[in-house]
Ligand binder design. Structure first.
Ligand code: NCD
Length: 421
C-alpha cells in the first residue's frame, strides 16, 4: 500500500479549542488532523493564529461599466489579502442580474478574473423568473431591495410575498435589505440616520417576517441597530464591520460622504449596543460597496451610499480577538462556519474533509492604511485603526497569498443547489 502523502501540511496549528495539531491537506481538502503526514510542503504555524478562510456573503464586486469602482480581479485579490477565500456577489450590477443570460455572463466574467472562490446571487424584482434563475445557479435571491439603495431596484410588498412562496417551494434562500425612507433632509451623516431611521429598519424586518407565511428561508442583510437585532425572529441576519466599528459620531466632518451607507451609520450608543449583542449575531458580512474617491467627494446628498470593507473585515475582528473583546471560536462561527451552513456549502476548517482554506496571522496588530489595500477605489474609513492582516492565505491547500504577493490558485464558482448545467 502507498503511504499517505499530503501536498501541504500546516504544522503546530493551535486549533480553536486550544489543542495543538498538524493539519495535512491534499486535493483541496483537509486529509488528516493529528501528526502531520509526509508532504511536499510544510508551514510551521507555531505562535501564529490560524483561521479557516472566511466566506463573505455580501460583496458588490462591480465590474462591467462600474469597473472604475471595482472589478473581479481587484475585489477578489482584496478578499484574499483580508483572509476571505469565498465571496458572494450581489446582483445590483449594471444592469442588475434579472435574467439567466445576464447571470451566466456574470459567472463567466468572474471565472475569467476572480482570484478567490465565488458565488453569485440572483436579483429579486417583481419580474424575476425565479425558477430559471434558480436553475442558472443562483446561490440565493438578493439582496432584495425592500427599500431603495445605491443601484437597487425596489420590490413591492405583494411581489415579495408572491416570490417568497415560489422560493420556499424550491428550498431557496432570500436575503433582504430592510429599511424605510423618511422624507426629511438628508444632508449629513446624522441626517442620513434620521432619513433611514432605526425604527424603519426594525418595522420592515417585522413586516417581511409577518407576511412570510409560507416559511421561506429568510436572511436580513446588514442589520444596523439593537432594536432590529431584537426584531429578527424567524430568520438569520448579518451585521457589517462598519456598523460595529464606525458611528456618525466618529467622523470629524459631520457631512463626510465616506461614511454614507445604507443602512446608515448609527450613534455611538447604537454601535456599542451591537457589540453587546455579539453573541446573537449569526454572520458578519462586509457589504463591500466600493465607490470612487471622486464620487465620495461629491456633496453629501449627491454621493452614492456604500463603504468598501472586504479586506479589512477579518483584520479588524482579529484585532478584537487579540484584545479579548471576542473569542476566536465566535469569530470563526460568524465568518466561516456560519456562512457555509447558511449557504449549504462545505465549510473551510479543521476537520477531515473540510475545504483546505486557511489564513495565517501573526499576533501583532498593525494599522490600516488605504495605500496598503488591494481593492480599486483606494480609500478606507478605517484609516489608522488597529488590525491584523494575514501573512499567508491558503485556498484549496495552495498558498495563494504570501506577504503581499499573489500566487494563482484554483478559484471556482459555487453554484446554488438548483443549478442545472
Ligand atoms: C450598496 C451598493 O453600493 O451597492 N450600498 C450600500 O450603501 N450598502 C447597496 C446596498 O447594499 O444597499
Amino acid at each position: 500500500m502507498m503511504a499517505a502523502r499530503a501536498s501541504l501540511v500546516l504544522k503546530n496549528v493551535t486549533l480553536p479549542d486550544g489543542r495543538v495539531s498538524d493539519i495535512s491537506t491534499g486535493g483541496g481538502v483537509v486529509l488528516h488532523v493529528g501528526a502531520g503526514w509526509p508532504c511536499d510542503r510544510m508551514i510551521d504555524c507555531t505562535g501564529l493564529l490560524v483561521l479557516p478562510g472566511a466566506t463573505d456573503i455580501h460583496v458588490h464586486m462591480r465590474g462591467g461599466s462600474q469597473s472604475g469602482k471595482e472589478d473581479w480581479q481587484t475585489g477578489s485579490k482584496s478578499a484574499l489579502a483580508g483572509g476571505v477565500t469565498l465571496v458572494v456577489d450581489q446582483p445590483n450590477t449594471v444592469p442588475p442580474l434579472t435574467t439567466p443570460e445576464l447571470f451566466a455572463n456574470r459567472v463567466r466574467e468572474a471565472e475569467g478574473r476572480s482570484a478567490c472562490h465565488f458565488a453569485i446571487n440572483s436579483a429579486l424584482t417583481a419580474n424575476t423568473d425565479i425558477r430559471r434563475m434558480w436553475g442558472a445557479g443562483a446561490m440565493a435571491f438578493g439582496e432584495t431591495f425592500y427599500a431603495p439603495s445605491s443601484y437597487g431596484a425596489i420590490i413591492g410588498t405583494s411581489a415579495l410575498e408572491r416570490s417568497l412562496i415560489a422560493i420556499r417551494a424550491l428550498g431557496g434562500l432570500v436575503t433582504i435589505h430592510a429599511e424605510k425612507v423618511n422624507p426629511v433632509p438628508d444632508n449629513d451623516l446624522a441626517g442620513h440616520d434620521r432619513a433611514r431611521p432605526v425604527s424603519g429598519e426594525m418595522e420592515s424586518i417585522q413586516t417581511v417576517q409577518m407576511f412570510n407565511r409560507s416559511g421561506c428561508r429568510l436572511h436580513f442583510c446588514h442589520v444596523s441597530s439593537t432594536a432590529s437585532v431584537d426584531a429578527v425572529m424567524k430568520a438569520s441576519f448579518e451585521v457589517t464591520p462598519h456598523h460595529l466599528f464606525l458611528s456618525y459620531e466618529s467622523f470629524s466632518d459631520p457631512a463626510d460622504p465616506e461614511g454614507k451607507v445604507n443602512p446608515p451609520l448609527r450613534s455611538e450608543k447604537e454601535r456599542k449596543g451591537l457589540w453587546a449583542r455579539w453573541d446573537r449575531i449569526d454572520i458578519i458580512a462586509s457589504d463591500h460597496a466600493p465607490h470612487t474617491v471622486k464620487e465620495k467627494r461629491a456633496r453629501f446628498a449627491d454621493a452614492p451610499a456604500g463603504i468598501p470593507g472586504v479586506e479589512t473585515m477579518i483584520p479588524l475582528l482579529v484585532a478584537k480577538v487579540l484584545d479579548r473583546t471576542i473569542t476566536l471560536p465566535s469569530l470563526i462561527q460568524k465568518t466561516s462556519a456560519g456562512p457555509a451552513a447558511l449557504l449549504g456549502i462545505p465549510q473551510a476548517g479543521f476537520n477531515t474533509g473540510d475545504r483546505a482554506d486557511f489564513a495565517i496571522y501573526e499576533k501583532v496588530p498593525a494599522r490600516i492604511h488605504a495605500d496598503n489595500l488591494h481593492y480599486r477605489c483606494g480609500w478606507t474609513p478605517y484609516e489608522g485603526m488597529p488590525a491584523v492582516f494575514p501573512k499567508k492565505v491558503i485556498m484549496d491547500g495552495i498558498v495563494v497569498y504570501h506577504d503581499g504577493e499573489f500566487i494563482r490558485g484554483t478559484p471556482r464558482w459555487f453554484a446554488g443547489k438548483g443549478y442545472r448545467a
